[in-house]
Design a protein around this ligand. Structure first.
Ligand SMILES: O=C[C@@H](O)[C@@H](O)[C@H](O)CO
Length: 187
């Protein structure tokens, strides 16, 4: 993706976080990706790694309406995805999308809930879903903008993201069409 798109995405996210009183730490660890698909408006995510420890991690994320984080799972990380502002749809599958049609239970707002693979769960502000390793998930806002939280066990974005579409990559290659306003976590 172009550096100008990355810069613009960081500026938008910074404005939105500030409008909603999410104060960022000094030198935020920015991570902006189009998942290697080259169409950031349709598939993309802005993330800040707020803290990364051996045992746990917290992130703050930003996405715009219909901007998809494609279906993926983690083999090790367990995470809560939390809608902090706006409205977020999280679609979940017990296994690889398309291959499973099973019912399973997962926690929504801390309560075990029966889900059928492929169900879309709507999260309003303050709501959360708990994703255990192996559960595939895709998400996108239905509001104009969405602030998304993530609280998890150890995070390893290099080795622990498995996308259902093998063409998808976690980090983008960058076309330098202007100066960076910050360096990203993968640079
Ligand atoms: O579901 C999203 C999260 O696991 C993110 O932290 C991850 O970086 C997306 O690939």
């Amino acid at each position: 993706m172009k550096r100008s798109e990355i810069n613009a995405a960081i500026e938008k996210a910074t404005r939105c976080f500030s409008e909603h009183h999410w104060n960022l730490p000094p030198n935020p660890k920015w991570d902006v990706t189009d998942f290697g698909l080259g169409d950031f408006k349709s598939a993309g995510l802005v993330l800040i790694n707020l803290c990364e420890e051996d045992e746990y991690c917290e992130k703050l994320m930003y996405a715009e309406k219909d901007q998809v984080t494609p279906a993926h799972t983690h083999k090790i990380k367990k995470e809560d995805i939390i809608c902090r502002n706006g409205e977020l749809i999280v679609q979940v599958w017990a296994g690889q999308p398309g291959e499973w049609n099973s019912s399973f239970k997962m926690k929504v707002n801390g309560e075990y809930t029966s889900i059928t693979s492929g169900d879309e769960i709507k999260l309003s502000r303050g709501e959360r879903i708990t994703l255990v390793p192996g559960v595939y998930h895709k998400f996108f806002p239905t509001s104009d903008e969405c602030i998304i939280g993530e609280v998890s066990t150890a995070n390893d974005d290099l080795n622990d993201n498995f996308f259902s579409d093998p063409e998808i990559g976690r980090f983008s290659s960058i076309i330098e069409d202007e100066d960076p306003i910050v360096k990203l976590v993968n640079e």
